[in-house]
Design a protein around this ligand. Structure first.
Ligand code: COA
Length: 391
């Protein structure tokens, strides 16, 4: 290659670099616009909540007996207020959220927000798969520990439990930042389980441990099976949630979601309650071991307290979840509607964006907008129609 050819190649590379610079400038401009839009959305959400609180406070004056027409209007306002709350929550899902204290300590000041509903569902899916894989490994290890009594194998299994529960607490905190409605107890449950596994790790191998060991391994085998069933239930819900964003008639999928959820729950609950009874039985065995044989190490009473705490928290939360689901039916329906619409929209946007040239053309934004607006309007009208039918 002669020097002239090299020179002309360099010139061509220069031209490409200028294009790259233009593209990068456009990207930075868009980032700046994105930030401004985010701030505007935050302010508007705040405004909506403020006005809604005012309206709700004013509605309290109609507490006494009211006429038929007035009552209908109040019911309507209450329904719309519930719907708006779900819509605002859904809009918040596309905005960045601050990490909690726990994540900030572990990860530092980093943004863990996922700004797209479909990606959030994908992350949740990944979390469920992670639990499944670790449960299968845990089941195999617990099973081997039932057959062989080797300290190294035992420690490897307990160390896996420490790492597993610790990782769960981090993943669940990320899910929480991204709008998951996971109950505080389930997160606390995994913190307590991390502590319990830590205590087991330092429990010296003596008579007391040997007396409890087999029962503990059977318990782990049972819990792994129950967690496999839980995985089936959560996976089924996620699958139906994804379908929400794909079907034309969302009402059918919401009905499908609910009927599957109730069937799944009635299948799962007996297994969960047997698991809780097992936890209570563990606490009882450890309580007896704390007195006999004598000279029990402190680990026995601590583990007894932790199992008792897990039993009480689990049973109370599970018994609270079911009636809550019945009470909050309307709220849940609006939540699913808003979520389905948002998944549909982001899918449509993705499709329109891939059909266009995104090389920095300022027309991009305006070309994407019309189908979006059109579909929002169309969905609003169909959802109002179906809601009227449902009511
Ligand atoms: N661990 C992690 N996340 C959980 C959870 C758990 N145990 N239970 C519920 N969630 C999540 C749900 O996936 C949902 O997430 P999302 O908002 O991101 O969609 C959110 O919390 C709200 O769930 P909710 O509607 O309250 O309950 P559900 O129908 O999803 O599940 C149960 C209800 C009872 C089946 C579920 O809570 C459960 O399996 N509990 C038992 C856990 C247990 O006892 N483990 C020990 C076994 S002995």
């Amino acid at each position: 290659m002669d020097i002239e050819t090299l020179r002309s190649e360099w010139d061509e590379l220069n031209r490409e670099y200028t294009e790259l610079e233009t593209c990068n400038r456009r990207y930075i401009e868009l980032l700046e616009q994105l930030y401004q839009h985010q701030q505007k959305c935050f302010n508007e959400i705040k405004h909506q909540r403020y006005r809604m609180n005012q309206i709700t406070a004013s509605m309290r004056q109609f507490k006494g007996p009211v006429g038929g027409e007035e009552k209908e209007k109040i019911d309507d306002l209450q329904k719309m207020s519930l719907k708006r709350k779900a819509q605002l929550h859904e809009i918040e899902q596309s905005l960045p959220a601050k990490s909690g204290r726990y994540l900030q300590i572990i990860l530092g000041d980093v943004n863990v927000s996922i700004l797209n509903r479909n990606d959030k569902v994908r992350y949740k899916d990944d979390y469920e798969k992670f639990k499944l894989i670790l449960n299968v490994i845990g089941l195999i290890m617990a099973f081997f520990n039932l057959i062989f009594n080797y300290r190294a194998l035992e420690l490897a299994f307990i160390f896996l439990l420490v790492w597993y529960y610790c990782t769960l607490t981090i993943r669940e905190s990320i899910l929480k930042v991204n709008g998951s409605r996971i109950k505080g107890w389930w997160r606390a449950h995994h913190f307590i389980s991390t502590v319990a596994a830590g205590v087991l790790l330092v429990w010296p191998q003596g008579e007391h441990w040997q007396l409890f060991r087999l029962q503990f391994m059977y318990f782990n085998v049972y819990i792994s099976i129950v967690q496999y069933l839980q995985f089936g239930y959560q996976k089924g819900l996620l699958y139906r949630l994804k379908a929400l964003g794909e079907r034309h008639n969302m009402d059918i999928t919401i009905e499908g979601f609910h009927s599957w959820m109730w069937r799944g729950l009635s299948f799962l609950l007996p297994f969960l309650f047997i698991g809780y009874a097992f936890q209570a039985y563990n606490a009882w065995t450890l309580f007896k071991l704390a007195y006999y044989p004598p000279d029990a190490p402190w680990h026995v009473s601590v583990m007894c307290g932790l199992f008792l705490l897990l039993f009480c928290g689990n049973i109370a939360t599970t018994m609270w979840v079911v009636p809550e689901k019945i009470r909050e039916r309307a709220k849940e329906r609006y939540r699913l509607q808003s979520m389905g619409k948002s998944m549909k929209l982001s899918k449509e946007m993705k499709n329109s964006a891939s059909d266009l040239d995104i090389s920095g053309n300022s027309q991009t934004a305006t070309v994407i907008a019309p189908p979006l607006v059109a579909s929002t309007a169309a969905e609003t009208s169909t959802s109002t129609a179906t809601e009227k039918k449902a009511n």
